[in-house]
Design a protein around this ligand. Structure first.
Ligand code: GLU
Length: 318
């Protein structure tokens, strides 16, 4: 059966009202934290009978690792996690971001800004108005950044499916935020909002490190007249010492050739019942069993210990 989402994207999903996604940046190998986000977003999409998409967020060449995107996709496939639609790569979608930016500029909702980091140091990096610029005084005119005009008291509230009610005064917390950087690259906030809308994403499931970006994304959705998806922010993984795992942490590489231990560990980190996967012997069996017994209400709000993610033969001896 095929159905069509509101956004007009073809989808084989039984429930066109649910479209989830996993959107890795190719800044390193697929690691425990990214597998957790991929697996949880896949589980929630599958349980809803919806579609699950993969989008490569390759808009920051200085931070990218050559070949990482393809290795991430191959690793995901090794874990049985394959998107339902063609993988989208942000690096091929500049025209979409440019159109959104132009729309905001045309309506005076965005503006060019030459302020440098040091210009904004006095306000803690938060931009509320442009300040006299060293570069301009010295006759240098760097390419401006483009910022969203954030009005005072732009309080954004949303109800996160895992961490509950959230609110942020975007003007005070982050100010006029960047949409296109002074180095010419697109800011994550603009690209993610444009792509989530263009792909008809209804449910954003990702790590809690991005919780703080969500109010900005909602402000931008409102400025662009785009719908706001539902949000669910997963617990961050921490190492045995309770330290946050960095996104490109290569210290815990996953082995897609031996996928069951890492999937079982991610399942435990999601607070799920280990017994449900006790008898499985293949990735397909594991994903089938996981889909059936997945209980979103069990996902912990607090950081999940990486001890659960180690390929410890005892921990995974089920
Ligand atoms: N590309 C981002 C990352 O790898 C995730 C963006 C998102 O899920 O909104 O952290």
């Amino acid at each position: 059966m095929s159905s069509r989402s509101l956004s007009g994207h073809a989808s084989a999903a039984a429930n066109p009202g649910y479209r989830g996604r996993f959107a890795p940046s190719p800044t390193g190998e697929l690691h425990a934290g990214s597998l957790l986000a991929a697996f949880a977003s896949w589980l929630l999409a599958r349980q809803a009978g919806g579609a699950w998409l993969v989008r490569i967020e390759d808009l920051d060449p200085p931070r990218e690792v050559p070949g990482a995107a393809d290795r991430q996709l191959r690793a995901l496939a090794g874990f049985g996690l394959v998107g339902d639609e063609t993988v989208v790569r942000q690096s091929r979608r500049h025209a979409l971001y440019q159109a959104a930016l132009q729309d905001l500029l045309d309506r005076d909702l965005a503006f060019a800004c030459h302020c440098s980091r040091s210009d904004l140091a006095a306000s803690g990096g938060i931009h509320r108005f442009c300040v006299p610029r060293t570069a301009q005084r010295e006759g240098r005119a760097p390419q401006p950044a483009i910022r969203l005009r954030v009005h005072d008291d732009t309080a954004i509230g949303f109800d996160d499916a895992i961490v509950g009610a959230q609110s942020q005064d975007v003007a005070r917390a982050v100010g006029d935020f960047v949409l296109r950087r002074a180095d010419g690259y697109w800011a994550y906030q603009l690209a993610v909002v444009v792509d989530d809308a263009d792909q008809g994403i209804t449910d954003v499931v990702r790590g809690a490190d991005l919780l703080d970006s969500t109010a900005r994304q909602i402000a931008l959705q409102r400025a662009l007249g785009l719908p706001t998806p539902r949000y669910a922010h997963l617990p961050l993984l921490v190492d045995a010492q309770g330290r946050k795992l960095s996104k490109s942490d290569a210290a815990h590489p996953l082995d897609p050739a031996d996928p069951l231990p890492a999937l079982r560990a991610a399942w435990r980190a999601l607070g799920q019942d280990e017994q449900a996967l006790i008898a499985v012997e293949t990735v397909t069996q594991l994903l089938d069993a996981a889909r059936v017994s997945f209980s979103p209400a069990q996902i912990p709000q607090a950081a999940a210990g990486l001890a659960a993610m180690h390929n410890d033969p005892c921990a995974n001896a089920v």
